[in-house]
Design a protein around this ligand. Structure first.
Ligand code: COA
Length: 255
């Protein structure tokens, strides 16, 4: 069985974790499949947005605790490195990633969702970072990305208690952007909205926010200018102006 399925829908791709019998836990096959998918998405000019979701009863149950049991210390270190490279490939992807979460989304599952640009949760979703209860810590970016997203106090509560939070609480805390009855339909609708944007604009806007938000304001504004400079010579910028003048939808080509 392919551990990660990639569905090419033109400007919008769906990447689906596909190890439901282990609740999409992040074993080697899933992680390598995800890294491969992230590479394919990044190389494909036509893609603007990606919906990342899980097959079966939940999005992702975090680290594959069964596979981990058979690893020695060196193997754990090597694997955590692979996990971090994979997550970074999602986070720094030139495309917009939207995580569609349902059921338990725990540990590495939540850390993966935190690498996406946006998160949509089904009403039954439960998020949490239980690692300290398992004798480890969130080692795939959770201790760094969660406080950046929701603030130090909220992140510390989640990390140090290891508690599980239902979707409406996750929304209140700012962990997810939206809660919906049908998380995949809601994520696809959000992705459709993203796909209205010009591809190079999306890439550069994401880069400006990702790389700029924790810089001093002056440095952030310099970065924003550098991102804008990439857009100025593009055909799509001229197409946007033409479409506005001609009162028609723009036809962006990513050029
Ligand atoms: N790693 C490996 N296998 C996992 C797994 C994980 N993280 N989470 C679930 N599985 C496996 C179970 O061992 C079980 O396999 P089995 O049928 O061979 O016994 C199968 O997936 C189904 O799990 P089960 O617990 O029966 O399903 P559930 O729907 O009742 O509960 C969870 C789902 C996710 C709530 C529960 O499995 C769980 O708490 N998993 C651990 C989550 C966790 O702590 N992750 C953080 C890791 S740092």
């Amino acid at each position: 069985m392919t551990a990660v399925l990639v569905d090419d829908r033109g400007p919008l791709w769906v990447v689906r974790l596909n190890a439901p019998d282990r609740r999409n836990a992040l074993g080697r096959a899933v992680v390598e499949g995800l890294l491969d998918a992230a590479g394919r998405v990044a190389r494909e000019k036509a893609v603007r947005a990606v919906v990342l979701c899980g097959e079966g009863p939940n999005f992702c149950a975090g680290a594959d605790l069964k596979e981990r049991q058979g690893m020695d210390q060196a193997q754990v270190r090597e694997f955590v490195g692979l996990l971090n490279r994979t997550f970074r490939a999602v986070e720094s992807s030139p495309k917009v990633w939207i995580a569609a979460i349902h059921g338990p989304c725990l540990g590495g599952g939540l850390e993966l969702a935190l690498c996406a640009d946006l998160r949509v949760a089904r009403r039954d979703a439960v998020v949490g970072l239980p690692e300290v209860r398992l004798g480890i810590l969130p080692g795939a970016g959770g201790t760094q990305r969660l406080p950046r997203l929701v603030g130090v106090a909220r992140a510390k509560e989640m990390i140090l208690t290891g508690s599980r939070y239902p979707a409406d609480e996750a929304l209140r805390l700012g962990v997810v952007n939206r809660v919906a009855d049908n998380h995949e339909a809601a994520a696809l609708a959000l992705a459709d909205e993203v796909c209205q944007g010009a591809p190079i604009s999306l890439t550069q806007a994401k880069r400006a926010v990702n790389d700029g938000w924790d810089l001093p304001l002056e440095a952030g504004l310099v970065l924003e200018r550098a991102c804008y400079d990439v857009i100025i010579p593009t055909q799509d910028r001229l197409e946007g102006l033409r479409a506005f003048a001609e009162k028609r939808p723009p036809q962006y080509k990513g050029e």
